[in-house]
Design a protein around this ligand. Structure first.
Ligand code: ADP
Length: 265
């Protein structure tokens, strides 16, 4: 893109010339544009469920007033739209909080294996509902790394939940924890925690953009599953704070693998 400059002109006192100062404001302009785009996206995401809820209130006041079955049906939809708004607001708050703390490195060591087990336990109901088998490997012995326990639990909750949601019915989700002495991504010792699924996979052209806010491969599918489009953006920010890395690999038709590298030192 073209660079943008703020120009100030200061005439010389002897009026024989002037000084022109060019200040490169491209980055500032870009940050401003990104912020406006984000606000526009959030407004759009909130307006959709709000419009639905307002519409159903009108219907309940009017045509559906005396029809008990219709009333129950509309109330159910309103409830699910309200839940969607709730999730969105929760995710926005998480994102803001993570961005706020991004410069503060966690210092206290936590048992990452325990946090992974915790995240998986909380999702065992969803896995059972969708006939997905959820297996943990290497999570029996403690694996210590400096971490914010709530945030790291959220990372694995988001990744495992995605693997279950997009992994296809009757799929297999495997979470594998390995300890490494050296990893090129970490420049030192660390933990690699990989979440693999046997789902439809992701086309290569999307891989680089998945951690962008509100980026979805299939908009309709994500919304149908109750997704906010913010899960992987939150994961990325949390890992930045931990000096961790996320690698996404996928073979369309076979499945995906989201692997997290966390430094232990
Ligand atoms: P969402 O709330 O839509 O799930 P995320 O930020 O968690 O938002 O994920 C962004 C998009 O990445 C999803 O909409 C989906 O298209 C894709 N995605 C994430 N995880 C997987 C996966 N395991 N398999 C296939 N696609 C996935």
């Amino acid at each position: 893109r073209d660079r943008m400059f703020d120009v100030t002109i200061t005439p010389l006192e002897d009026s024989r010339g002037a000084i022109l100062a060019f200040n490169d404001v491209t980055a500032l302009e870009e940050a401003g544009e990104m912020r406006s785009e984000f606000v526009a996206n959030v407004s759009h995401e909130l307006r959709t469920p709000l419009t639905a809820i307002s519409g159903f209130i009108e219907t309940l006041r009017g045509p559906a007033r005396e029809d008990a079955a219709a009333r129950d049906h509309f109330l159910e939809i309103m409830e699910s739209e309200a839940r969607r708004m709730h999730r969105l607001v929760d995710d926005l708050l998480s994102l803001a909080k993570v961005e706020d703390t991004e410069r503060m490195r966690p210092t206290e060591k936590q048992d990452i294996a325990d946090l992974v087990r915790h995240a998986a336990d909380n999702l065992s109901g969803l896995a059972a509902e969708r006939d997905v088998s959820l297996t943990l490997e290497g999570c029996d012995a403690p694996a210590l790394a400096p971490a914010d326990p709530d945030q790291i639990t959220q990372v694995f909750t988001n990744l495992i939940e995605n693997a279950i949601k997009y992994g296809g019915k009757d799929g297999k989700v495997t979470v594998t924890l390995t300890r490494v002495e050296r990893d090129p991504r970490l420049r030192g010792p660390g933990l690699i925690i990989a979440v693999s699924d046997t789902g439809e996979g992701i086309d290569e052209r999307h891989l680089g953009r998945l951690t962008e806010r509100f980026y979805r491969v299939d908009d309709h599918r994500s919304r149908g599953m109750g997704g906010t489009g913010l899960g992987l953006a939150i994961v990325k920010h949390i890992l930045n704070r931990h000096r961790g890395r996320l690698r996404i690999e996928s073979t369309p038709g076979q499945g995906s693998r989201f692997s997290v590298a966390l430094p232990t030192g």
